[in-house]
Design a binder for this molecule. Structure first.
Ligand code: NDP
Length: 346
């Protein structure tokens, strides 16, 4: 049975830099949680169990033009979650089945069928995979490296944010396609995970004092494909090491998300001299092609050709603002998510 009260998190104040727990968001506790009895025809009572924490969330808090409208002050924070149908008056979503959707930062939600998607997990998969390798970050990695980056055998691929949810899958797909892969990540432990467990050919810690020197040495043969998750100085360094006709896949720029004055690349003239194709993309552009990507990703996962890690912050919805803040300090290896409610606690 659903609890009689439930919590949501709303945007209280637009942050200048990183989010500030206790200031940026407000936790609201509401009496009279929706129940199975109150459902109308076509409605579903959805229990989000795991909430995705995404770098893009920081951008949604700015009052600027982007690919989605900003979250309004007082509005429930936008967020994507996977969970369980607690009760249903929509035959497509039977009670007890798994579903996912952009339900916001909430402990409970009455949804219409069009707000949710059913989750059918392939062999070897778990529910949280629908937030990572079989969800948005896996799809981003897939379309970014194959369709935008057009990776092929023999390419030298460099990926930043390599130990995160997207970057770790990018590198593994590139390896499956026959490329040589160098990952850039924020700790020695993350670098070891990339090379020892995921099969990257090399990995460098960008916080290492000698990073610049090591990066130049590791890219002496010059870069065919650079997959950018972070922007900033690392993007500049990659530009300086681009091969003629290199492809730069512009997926994100997390180093610039917490500033009101984001900096573009200083080495941009390399785009001209090296005839670089630099292309931004948003994964939703590929929505019609998700089935093709999910088939490949599910197969690679079940065959052990793609490995994944997740960092699950426990303690409920209250922890979401801390998790979002800590994402920018690299608290996660693989996909970062918050456990709103453990799966077995219905
Ligand atoms: P990740 O799991 O990669 O988490 C973010 C990681 O970024 C952190 O773990 C941290 O690891 C690293 N990081 C944080 N701050 C910095 C910094 N200043 N410089 C370098 N690295 C930093 O997140 P996602 O996989 O969800 O997202 C990765 C990127 O992909 C983001 O830029 C995101 O916006 C983008 N994205 C784009 C989409 C699209 O459609 N274009 C869709 C989904 C995501 P570390 O310890 O290595 O610093």
């Amino acid at each position: 049975m659903a609890a009689s009260t439930y919590k949501t998190v709303v945007l209280a104040k637009r942050p200048k830099d990183n989010v500030i727990p206790g200031e940026t968001f407000r936790l609201i506790s509401t009496n009279a949680a929706p129940s199975a009895d109150s459902l109308k025809d076509g409605e579903i009572l959805f229990q989000p169990n795991y909430l995705s924490i995404d770098p893009a969330m920081r951008g949604w808090l700015n009052d600027t033009r982007s690919y989605v409208p900003p979250v309004k002050i007082g509005e429930v924070m936008r967020g994507y979650a996977v969970g369980v149908v607690l009760a249903s008056k929509d035959p497509k979503f039977p009670k007890g089945s798994y579903a996912q959707g952009t339900v916001g930062w909430t402990e409970l939600k009455v949804c219409k069928g069009k707000e949710l998607e059913k989750i059918e997990l392939p062999r070897e998969a778990r529910l949280t995979d629908a937030l990572s390798v079989l969800g948005m970050t896996g799809l981003t990695a897939y379309f970014g490296i194959t369709d935008v980056g057009k990776v092929k055998a023999g390419d030298f691929v460099v990926v930043s944010g390599a130990a995160g949810a997207t970057g770790s899958v990018v590198g593994q797909i590139a390896k499956l396609k026959g490329a040589t892969v160098l990952g850039i990540a924020g700790s020695d432990d993350k670098c070891r995970w990339l090379t020892e467990e995921l099969g990257f050919d090399g990995a460098l810690n960008y916080k290492d004092k000698e990073f610049g020197k090591k990066f130049r040495a590791a890219t002496k043969d010059l870069i065919d494909v650079y997959f950018d998750n972070v922007g900033g100085e690392i993007l500049d360094m990659a530009l300086s090491r681009a091969k003629a006709h290199a492809r730069f896949v512009m997926c994100g720029g997390i180093s610039q998300y917490n500033t009101s004055n984001p900096q573009g690349p200083k080495n941009y003239l390399m785009i001209v001299s090296m005839r670089i194709r630099m292309e931004g993309f948003i994964v939703f552009d590929y929505a019609k092609e998700y089935p093709r990507a999910l088939k490949d990703l599910a197969q690679w996962l079940s065959e052990g050709k793609i490995k994944r890690k997740e960092t699950i912050v426990k303690g409920g919805l209250e922890k979401a603002e801390y998790a979002l803040r800590d994402l920018y300090d690299g608290v996660n290896t693989g996909k970062l998510m918050v456990e709103i409610k453990p799966l077995d606690e219905k």
